[in-house]
Design a protein around this ligand. Structure first.
Ligand code: PLP
Length: 382
């Protein structure tokens, strides 16, 4: 890891740790597309780099900055959030028992119930907001990884990371947290006792809807982490050079983007509650939200930029609302500077636990009144 300069997290992010390029004095790091590195005459590699599937100096800025923001021992970049998340499971052994949430990011849930189960992991889904249910599901000595997502897609349920870490550790398991929605601006899972933090960097970390990337940050460099690195290097799901460079660029504005998005989401959640066509607003920042007290303890400075609304009249009414929106873009994904709306049930299919009157909203950095006015006219209809 590069030398971590002093400063508060906002400063570390804005200046990407204050690193200046030694060769040129450039404040912005260079892009290194080279796939290979020169050997010395004696056959050695004194600069430590051999081949770009193993390592790429363009990764350093984003990886070191995120590592500092999460307070980790090491961070790896992956070709996508899914490449990062699946590497955490593929570093286990067939036969190992793992726990994951019942309501979680859809594609990872499908992979766990499909590929990972076929490969030999014993996958059990549990309501991770219910500590008693988790305690019952844990199999001491057999459970190797507990996976949580907080707040979790797309109902934004909040899981108690510190309590989950205690439960997992008492059973001899690691705790991994998909912190894509919280970002290190709002929650630092490693400080709460988690062993591993995963991000879909496609979302808030990059923040501009122009990079697909994923990350894992570990609390300790140990044998398990070495296996994670082997999965990355051998399966080969590495991030492209330009994507890594764009990611360090996006990370510099993480704090102002996320804080703006939190403020707008909070304001929208409060105002949308008053609209009669909206039967429920799901947002951890609302005092009426079931996980609100926990979110107040666990999230600092905001409750995230994601919320969901339920529309009176069910599925067809919800789809009709999306059709009338002009400012909000109808698209999947989240965490970018432009606001997105999505009807999750139609994306996830019949086995989805998501209600079919639900619209998921990813709040961008537009004027919040434009976002509110657009939703108001769309739920009003013609
Ligand atoms: C998008 C997302 C993922 C998957 O990341 P990709 O970059 O799309 O592979 C995982 N978890 C959460 C919470 C996400 O939003």
């Amino acid at each position: 890891m590069a030398e971590v300069k002093h400063g508060r997290p906002e400063t570390l992010a804005a200046q990407a740790l204050g690193v200046v390029d030694a060769a040129t004095g450039a404040l912005i790091p260079p892009l290194h597309p080279s796939t290979t590195y020169e050997r010395e005459a004696d056959g050695g590699y004194p600069r430590g780099r051999v081949y770009a599937r193993a390592d790429n100096p363009t990764y350093d800025s984003a990886a070191h900055t995120l590592n500092a923001l999460e307070g980790g021992a090491a961070t790896l970049l992956f070709a996508s959030g899914m490449a990062a998340a699946t590497a955490a499971f593929l570093a286990l052994q067939p036969g190992d028992h793992v726990l994951a949430p019942k309501v979680m990011y859809w594609a990872l849930r499908s992979w766990l119930l499909g590929f990972a189960s076929d490969w030999g992991l014993v996958v059990e889904l549990v309501d991770t907001t219910d500590l008693g249910a988790v305690a019952t599901a844990l199999r001491p000595g057999k459970t190797k990884l507990v996976w949580v997502e907080s707040p979790a897609n797309p109902l934004w349920s909040v899981t108690d990371i510190a309590a989950m870490a205690e439960l997992a550790h008492a059973a001899g398991a690691r705790l991994a947290v998909d912190s894509t929605i919280a970002t290190p601006v709002l929650t630092r899972p490693l400080e709460l006792g988690a062993d591993l933090v995963m991000h879909s960097a496609t979302k808030y970390l990059n923040g501009h809807s122009d990079v697909v990337a994923g990350t894992l940050t570990t609390a300790q460099v140990d044998e398990y982490w070495t296996r994670v690195k082997t999965v990355l290097g051998q399966n080969g799901g590495i991030l492209g050079t330009f994507e890594a460079w764009l990611l360090q660029r996006g990370l510099r504005t993480l704090f102002p983007r996320v804080r703006w998005q939190c403020a707008s989401a909070q304001s929208l959640a409060e105002r949308l509650q008053a609209l009669p066509q909206i039967t429920d607003v799901l947002y951890p920042g609302l005092p009426t939200f079931p996980g609100h007290d926990l979110a107040r303890r666990q999230m600092r400075g905001g409750f995230g930029g994601m919320l969901s609304i339920r529309i009176a009249g069910g599925r067809d009414a919800a789809l009709a609302v999306t059709g009338r929106l002009k400012v909000w873009k109808r698209a999947t994904s989240l965490g970018g500077v432009e606001s997105l709306v999505e009807h999750r049930a139609s994306i996830e299919g019949p086995s989805s636990p998501v209600p079919d009157d639900l619209l998921r909203l990813s709040v961008g950095v537009e004027a919040v009144d434009d976002l509110f006015d657009d939703l108001t006219q769309a739920v009003d209809g013609e």
